[in-house]
Design a protein around this ligand. Structure first.
Ligand SMILES: Cc1ncc(COP(=O)(O)O)c(C=O)c1O
Length: 405
């Protein structure tokens, strides 16, 4: 079969294969635990549900402007004022099918084939393939000190004549690391100086712990005019537990937003009006659910961290935000895909291999589920790996006997 070069360059996701395995086991009635999730388990805000229902009741669900309905743009303007202390115009905003599409159309609007996009590693799984979808080249930047907190030098060292953009995701998926103020300030000013686009993927910016202060890239920018190459990405998926609504947005200069809107107009004609109405209601509605989610996640993080810290050989860095813990299991297996497969096969716990995020020997463990899932899931992993634990484990009334070394 003749496929395009781009299609051939896009990788299948091992996570999807693991998810499929999980679904099959679950359907069989097996007691599987999902520690691989990327979405909060809290309920969609009532305001969002009522707004969706009320629009649906009109029985008129039509095409909408490709770059977002005016009321959503107004809600995003208010959000940008509240959380970024910045006044923007409707023409500075595009609403997309999730933060994912907002990032994708931004990359399509700025990248030429063979140009390069730099992002710190470990990174969100989609960045490399999004760059490849534009015919561009992903350039992961592994911090020189081997940790999760990059320094400007890690980015600087990878900049060349083909570099077009930098993507920063903080707090970060998969590590939960919230990058330092010094780094964010350095990178904003460095990109301005080098005339590079800077995409700030802020999708987890309200889900931060330990009283940490939210960082805002605009605070460090010197050239905030209509030629600014700073692009802010956000959305409703994580903070409002509205992953299925697929609404995200970008805030950027007007020319870029126009180009992105043209691209999006031909791709999808923009996100569904029904779901945009839900997003407006979530953004403008009662916000207590966001704080409740944040506090629950912080508590879940503490529980997971305590358990992992008592796990001999496993190295953990305390996540500052998100709902992921990225732990070093390399003492048990340096091949994270094999380790993850073994855990689903032997003790029916789904984890995401570190290789997916550009770092071998690690597993990403999510704490967005219940405390019961977290504690039972980690206990099972510990039993499977720690050969000092008893030879038998009960899952419900099912007895597992460890027959591997
Ligand atoms: C870092 C990061 N950016 C963007 C997204 C995409 O969010 P959305 O559901 O709004 O497309 C995710 C989702 O997992 C993410 O982890």
């Amino acid at each position: 079969m003749s496929l395009s070069l781009i299609a051939k360059s896009i990788n299948a996701s091992p996570t999807l294969a693991l998810n499929e395995k999980f679904a099959i086991l679950k359907q069989k009635g097996d007691p599987v635990i999902h520690l691989g999730g990327g979405e909060p388990k809290s309920k969609v805000p009532m305001d969002a549900l009522l707004a969706t229902a009320s629009h649906l009741n009109t029985a008129e669900v039509r095409y909408a402007p490709a770059d977002g309905i005016p009321s959503l743009k107004q809600a995003i303007i208010r959000y940008t004022e509240e959380f970024y202390n910045r006044k923007v115009d409707p023409e500075n905003i595009i609403a997309s099918g999730g933060a994912k599409q907002a990032i994708m159309v931004a990359l399509q609007a700025i990248l030429n084939p063979q140009e390069e996009v730099i992002f710190p590693a470990p990174y969100w799984v989609s960045y490399p393939d999004m760059a490849r979808l534009c015919g561009a080249i992903p350039v992961p930047a592994h911090p020189e000190d081997g940790g999760f907190y990059p320094r400007l030098k890690d980015i600087e060292d990878r900049v060349g004549s083909y570099t077009k953009a930098v993507i920063i995701n903080s707090p970060n998926n998969p590590t939960g690391a919230m990058y330092s103020e010094e780094f964010i300030s350095d990178v904003v000013q460095f990109c301005e100086k080098k005339d590079l686009y800077l995409i700030m993927d802020d999708i987890y910016h309200r889900l931060i712990f330990d009283g940490k202060k939210r960082l805002n890239a605009y605070d460090y920018a010197k050239k905030l005019d209509e030629n600014s190459k700073l692009i802010i990405i956000n959305g409703v998926s994580k903070q409002y537990a509205m992953t299925g609504f697929r609404i995200g947005w970008a805030v950027a200069n007007k020319k870029l937003i126009e180009a992105m809107s043209n691209i999006q107009g031909h791709q999808t004609s923009g996100p569904s009006v029904l779901l945009q109405k839900a997003a407006v209601a979530a953004i403008n509605g009662i916000q207590s659910g966001v704080e409740a989610l944040r506090a629950t996640l912080e508590n879940n993080r503490n529980v997971m961290l305590d358990m992992l810290n008592s796990f001999e050989g496993v190295k953990v860095t305390k996540p500052d935000g998100t709902f992921y813990c990225f732990a070093d299991f390399s003492v048990y297996n340096k091949d994270s895909n094999k380790l993850s497969e073994m855990l689903i096969d032997k003790v029916q716990v789904l984890t995401v291999p570190g290789a997916e995020f550009g770092l071998e020997g690690f597993l990403r463990l999510s704490y967005c589920g219940t405390i019961k899932d977290i504690t039972e899931g980690i206990e099972r992993i510990k039993w499977a790996l720690d050969l000092n634990s008893p030879n038998e484990l009960y899952i419900g009334d099912r007895k597992l006997v460890r027959d591997w070394a």
